[in-house]
Ligand binder design. Structure first.
Ligand code: GTP
Ligand code: MG
Length: 139
């Protein structure tokens, strides 16, 4: 599909990487349809990542994702979901390819800089989770 959702995660925001990451995303041809900074209370982070409920890393993930503000955006581009996952790279920055956003800006598997939707279905769910129709602007 043409739409994906991204979230610049708390540690990357704290490290002042927001501008560089958004710049990279635009350079790669993604159009920003919606954008905001917000902070997820733990109960909201648990819903966003509910597919991972019960996994060993879930408590750390929720604590981290609710630890500070995030920058969330709806992105539009042809083949957005797959191309964006390629641009951000492997979940573990040590395994992410050179030049990917995670390889460049991530610290470790938890503080991995950025989120990208994993399917068109997830993208739809995640855009509605964060944004109302009045906050979104088609390209
Ligand atoms: P997101 O874009 O954040 O959804 O990452 P992803 O799609 O690359 O990975 P996934 O959805 O499988 O996992 C969500 C998040 O949980 C990851 O971004 C990691 O921070 C964390 N995570 C996943 N697997 C592991 C793991 O094996 N160990 C640890 N410590 N964290 C993990
Ligand atoms: Mg995921």
């Amino acid at each position: 599909g043409r739409i994906t959702l991204t979230m610049i995660k708390p540690y990357a925001v704290k490290q002042h990487h927001v501008g560089a990451i958004l710049s990279r995303i635009e350079k790669e041809g993604f159009h920003i349809r919606a954008l905001k900074m917000t902070q997820l209370p733990a109960e909201k982070a648990e819903i966003f990542y509910e597919e991972h409920t019960g996994k060993s890393f879930f408590p750390d993930l929720i604590e981290f994702m609710s630890s500070g503000p995030v920058v969330v955006a709806i992105l539009e581009k042809e083949n957005a979901v797959d191309d964006f996952r390629k641009l951000i790279g492997n979940t573990d920055p040590a395994q992410a390819e050179e030049g990917t956003i995670r390889r460049t800006y991530a610290k470790d598997k938890t503080r991995n800089a950025i989120h990208g939707s994993d399917s068109d279905e997830s993208a739809k769910r995640e855009t509605r989770f964060f944004f109302s129709s009045m906050e979104e602007f088609p390209y």
